[in-house]
Ligand binder design. Structure first.
Ligand SMILES: C[S@@+](CC[C@H](N)C(=O)[O-])C[C@H]1O[C@@H](n2cnc3c(N)ncnc32)[C@H](O)[C@@H]1O
Length: 255
């Protein structure tokens, strides 16, 4: 049975922020001493009224002192569980809404941020049109997404244990690092792309199993857990760690 990206997003995020938190946890093993959110915030074109769509747990805003920078911050997500987390970000206005139908007037923001979320939509162009509509002329959009080879060793592991549904691309649309810039250029000017230089070196089996658990509706069975654990342990014994390629980019553009 094929699962649509939006149905998959509901099963992953609507009721809990735990799966997202488990996945963010894996990135603690990054080879870049500057973590993703810190790298990202240095490059975001933040000004005036800022909207983040699909803001998840709001982790980005633990790295940005938005009040000190004079930003008026609005955070949105379609998930009730995520919005509960977002309400703990001091000074942010939080609204639960879908990125494909933003409840804001035309030209009401200076910056729109969509960090690792456009690939969850059935049609990313519907949200891109909304971003154009709510941005003022001259406003900037900042979109992060992944390359098609992102976390390929974890995808290969999911296939090796007979759970192809746990691969990243299994229920996502084609908005990737490769295709994203052209999508964005259909709606915006001055498109730029920058890659975050980082891979993962994971020294233990358990974080990899926790990641695989987070990708499905159910945790791995004992049999699948033990097969995956053995495969990862073999790599750790051979290389000293389980190496995983990352490929994340920031795309920015102007309205
Ligand atoms: C991979 S998480 C990224 C969260 C956050 N931006 C971050 O980087 O930590 C994707 C987020 O997009 C949200 N999301 C998925 N589809 C959405 C939609 N159609 N409208 C709004 N939010 C959506 C999910 O609830 C989830 O919080």
């Amino acid at each position: 049975m094929t699962v649509t990206p939006s149905a998959h997003a509901v099963s992953q995020y609507a009721a809990t922020s735990g799966k997202l938190e488990a996945r963010i946890g894996l990135h603690a093993y990054g080879t870049n001493p500057q973590d993703w959110f810190s790298w990202l915030q240095e490059r975001l074109p933040l000004a005036g009224a800022v909207l983040e769509v699909g803001a998840g747990t709001g982790k980005l805003w633990r790295h940005v002192d938005h009040a000190a920078r004079g930003l008026a911050l609005t955070l949105t997500d379609f998930s009730p569980a995520m919005c509960e987390q977002l309400r703990t970000v001091p000074g942010a206005r939080v609204l639960r809404c879908d990125a494909t139908g933003l409840p804001f007037p035309d030209a009401s923001f200076d910056t729109v941020v969509a960090n690792h979320m456009l690939y969850h939509l059935d049609d990313p162009t519907v949200a891109l049109r909304e971003f154009v509509r709510v941005l003022r002329t001259g406003g900037r959009v900042a979109i992060a997404t992944n390359g098609s080879d992102h976390l390929e060793e974890l995808n290969a592991l999911a296939i090796a244990i007979g759970r192809p549904g746990l691969t990243l691309g299994a229920a996502q649309n084609d908005f990737t690092a490769e295709t994203g810039p052209a999508y964005v250029a259909r709606f915006f000017d001055q498109v730029t792309v920058e890659r975050y230089p980082c891979d993962l070196r994971i020294p233990a089996v358990e974080p990899v199993l926790a990641y695989l658990d987070s990708m499905g509706d159910e945790p791995l069975t004992r049999g699948k857990r033990s097969t995956a654990g053995r495969l990862v342990q073999d790599r750790i014994q051979a290389d000293g760690h389980f190496h995983v390629h990352k490929h994340s980019v920031l795309i920015t553009a102007c309205r």
